[in-house]
Design a protein around this ligand. Structure first.
Ligand SMILES: Cc1ncc(C[n+]2csc(CCOP(=O)(O)OP(=O)(O)O)c2C)c(N)n1
Ligand SMILES: [Mg+2]
Length: 578
């Protein structure tokens, strides 16, 4: 197909051809030519957000809820730099998004022109690839390449920066374009010798663990994971990015590992003689002090990104490949092994951890609300088909710990970058991608104040998300560190909740949303049910909780996982010490 049109029209046409139905953005001078044909598109819906950061996180939420590429758009200079945080966030969490930015006219590039920022340079280290396009003829091919790069191999963000004159110039639109990506050929098929090696270790090991990360759901491999787990009888831990990839209710599920992981998950990794890492990156929040992480374990590490393998922990059996293919082949290889794994003693130890150290929390004698209780009730009342989208802080950890995830991809949060302000716009994007699903954002009172302006977008665009603010009146996670490591010197973490500035209920109403408040445990169920019934506009619930609730268990930063505490100065007793 060839047709004469402007670069801007070619951009919109290319977006239609790659299947884009939703774009989140804000216009401005340099990108304005693109907004004109966008006005006419019947296939692409543009959602006018209130801040470009919101556009980027919305694209991430949309991408994570749908598995498709999320798209955000901004003008040059400040519009583009406002996208830097969500781009970095998407890079850390391997979320496929394409960010399209207008750039100043090509003859002005490098002159410090009005609203000029070298966004392709700025984002080079935080994108899979960043393009600068100054020729209209290259727009369709670049869009095709950007979507291909974002969605294949290890997913991630791609930036397409297009100069204003390229958008305005006349060109010939050619579709499909011929992609020119020499050297970009992600390996998806694992090496069969490595797979056999892994299968041998699996049946020979006495204390194996399947360490499951975000890559498993991203490759659509939760079904294969279930088959491998049930075939072998090996315990499973799911990281923050993998909650729901293996159902919490399954008896082989040991919980989440890491800094705020369960004793059973952390203990399983520490005592393991074999760790099968699938789509994970041995992140410092999981390993704790690296030198003392899982000292007895051999490592099988499968990932689509070869750069992850042996980055933090040496892999005895490195496997480069797509998790779905890797796990499917592992199943065949384990079935072909003449012997079967024998893990009875291991399960005795692990079930002991589970029984002795279940997740729990302190209730307050003054009748105030425990945040963990709010999570438990949200989980029970909203149910396992709900998408939960968290901010960053204590509430995020409680959402990971106390909500039961049964379905892959139903917990969306900022794991790698830890971006406060993620929840409201990401929930908006998730709800637009999955309009029939219930979407609950679990946000902190601090996080909420960073991006709540997108409530206006939600109300106007008809996106009835539900927001639970876990209002402890503090930058709670930082306060927790001050409690534990800074002698309870609460420097600059108190948000003065008693002053109710802002009053979240009134703020919600000002934004065209329903606003509810809940301060007592006995009201929690009724308030959640009331919120569940409001579906004609967004709902914000201000859950006023006790400021001293803490996230336990905890492995203090930089210390060994062996020194996990289940409460202040309380450590579990490991088998070796008994
Ligand atoms: C953009 C950004 N700034 C600062 C931080 C550091 N930080 C991590 S958690 C946190 C406190 C979050 O407070 P709130 O949203 O109220 O959540 P809580 O921990 O109280 O549940 C802060 C300041 C961050 N993660 N992101
Ligand atoms: Mg808080």
């Amino acid at each position: 197909m060839t047709e004469r049109m402007t670069g801007a029209q070619a951009l919109v046409r290319a977006l239609e051809h790659v299947g884009v139905d939703t774009v989140f953005g804000i216009p401005g001078g340099a990108i304005l030519p693109a907004y004109d044909p966008l006005y006419d598109s019947t296939k692409v819906r543009h959602v006018l957000v209130r801040h470009e950061q919101g556009a980027g996180h919305a694209a991430e939420g949309y991408a994570q809820a749908t598995g498709k590429v999320g798209v955000c758009m901004a003008t040059s200079g400040p519009g583009a730099t406002n996208l830097v945080t969500p781009i970095a966030d998407a890079y850390m969490d391997s979320v496929p998004i394409v960010a399209i930015t207008g750039q100043v006219t090509s003859s002005l590039i490098g002159t410090d022109a009005f609203q000029e920022a070298d966004i392709s340079g700025i984002t080079m280290p935080i994108t899979k690839h960043s393009f600068l396009v100054t020729d209209a003829a290259e727009i369709p091919r670049t869009i095709a390449e950007a979507f291909h790069i974002a969605s294949t191999g290890r997913p991630g963000p791609v930036l397409v920066d297009i100069s204003k004159d390229a958008l305005q110039a006349d060109t010939t639109f050619v579709w499909p374009p011929v992609m020119q990506l020499p050297g970009y050929r992600p390996v998806t098929r694992p090496h069969s010798k490595q797979i056999r090696e892994a299968a041998k270790l699996i049946v020979e090991s006495k204390r194996p663990v399947l360490y499951v990360g975000g890559g498993v759901h991203k490759s659509g491999a939760s079904g294969e994971l279930m088959r491998l787990a049930e075939l072998t009888g090996i315990p499973v831990v799911t990281t923050l990015m993998a909650r729901g990839t293996f159902p919490d209710s399954h008896p082989q599920h040991m919980g989440m590992p890491g800094m705020h992981g369960s004793v059973s998950a952390v203990g399983a990794l520490q005592q393991a003689d074999l760790i099968i890492g699938l789509g994970v990156r041995f992140d410092d929040r999981v390993t704790g002090q690296l030198a003392s992480f899982a000292p007895y374990a051999k490592i099988v590490h499968a990932d689509i990104d070869p750069a992850e393998i042996s980055k933090n922990r040496h892999a005895d059996v490195p496997i480069v490949g797509d998790c779905r293919e890797v796990i499917a082949e592992m199943i065949n290889a384990v079935e072909a092994e003449p012997r079967k794994g024998e893990y009875t003693d291991w399960w005795k130890t692990l079930n002991g951890y589970k029984e002795t150290y279940p997740l729990g929390y302190e209730e307050f004698s003054d009748g105030s609300l425990a945040p963990q209780y709010v999570m438990e009730r949200l989980s029970a009342i909203a149910g396992p088909d709900t998408y939960f989208v968290a901010g960053v802080g204590q509430h995020q950890m409680w959402a990971a710990q106390f909500i039961d995830y049964e379905n892959p991809g139903t917990f969306i949060n900022s794991g790698g970058l830890g971006t406060m302000g993620f929840a409201v716009p990401a929930a908006m994007g998730a709800k637009m991608g999955r309009p029939d699903a219930t979407v609950w954002a679990i946000d902190g009172d601090g996080c909420f104040q960073m991006t709540n302006q997108e409530l206006a977008t939600c109300a106007i665009e008809g996106v009835p998300v539900k927001i639970a603010i876990i209002n402890n009146g503090n930058l709670g996670m930082v306060r927790q560190w001050q409690t534990l490591f800074y002698d309870q010197r609460y420097s600059n973490t108190n948000l003065q909740a008693k002053l109710r500035i802002p009053d979240f209920v009134k703020l919600a109403e000002a934004y065209g949303c329903a606003g509810l408040r809940c301060e007592r445990p006995e009201d929690v169920d009724a308030v959640i049910k009331e919120a569940m019934e409001i579906n004609d506009r967004p709902v914000v619930v201000d859950f006023v909780v006790h400021q001293d609730a803490m996230v336990w268990p905890m492995v203090a930063a930089g210390t060994s996982n062996d020194d996990i505490k289940i409460a202040r100065d309380m450590a579990p007793k490991w088998e070796s010490e008994e």
